[in-house]
Design a protein around this ligand. Structure first.
Ligand SMILES: [Zn+2]
Length: 143
């Protein structure tokens, strides 16, 4: 009788170990499947980010080139004389031109018999400057 009990007990313990191993195997396979799905999702995200990075780099390179061209176009000599800003560069075709010292926009000149009035072309508040007759030419000659 004891032999039978020992045999059944041995069989039951074998059965429970096998069941436990099968359960662990199933859990491991489920975990592998989950990790493979996550890996595929991450690879897709990486591919999307690489494409976005490529577009961003292209936009950056284009913007940087535009900035360099813009900067090169706006290289100017700047002189302040009698509170008027004078600039000379590509933008002014190599000629000295008067600019508002406040907003750096070109000025205009009213030529009147009593003299010449230099004013900001945007009405920024910078007071126009009254010069004697041929005053603009005198200022330009002094540059
Ligand atoms: Zn102005």
């Amino acid at each position: 009788m004891w032999a039978w009990i020992i045999s059944v007990r041995h069989g039951l313990s074998k059965f429970s170990v096998t069941a436990m191993l099968r359960e662990q195997l199933a859990l491991s396979q489920a975990r592998v499947s989950q990790l493979e799905r996550e890996n595929a999702e991450l690879k897709a995200k990486i591919a999307a980010l690489e494409a976005e990075l490529k577009l961003t780099r292209q936009a950056y390179d284009k913007t940087n080139e535009e900035y360099r061209n813009f900067k090169e176009f706006h290289i100017e000599d700047v002189v302040i004389n009698e509170s008027i800003e004078f600039r000379k560069g590509k933008r002014t075709r190599g000629e000295w031109m008067m600019f508002c010292p406040k907003c750096h926009i070109p000025t205009f000149t009213d030529y009147e018999p009593k003299g010449e009035t230099v004013r900001c072309s945007t009405n920024c508040g910078w007071a126009g400057m009254l010069l004697e007759k041929d005053g603009v030419a005198v200022l330009m000659a002094a540059l």
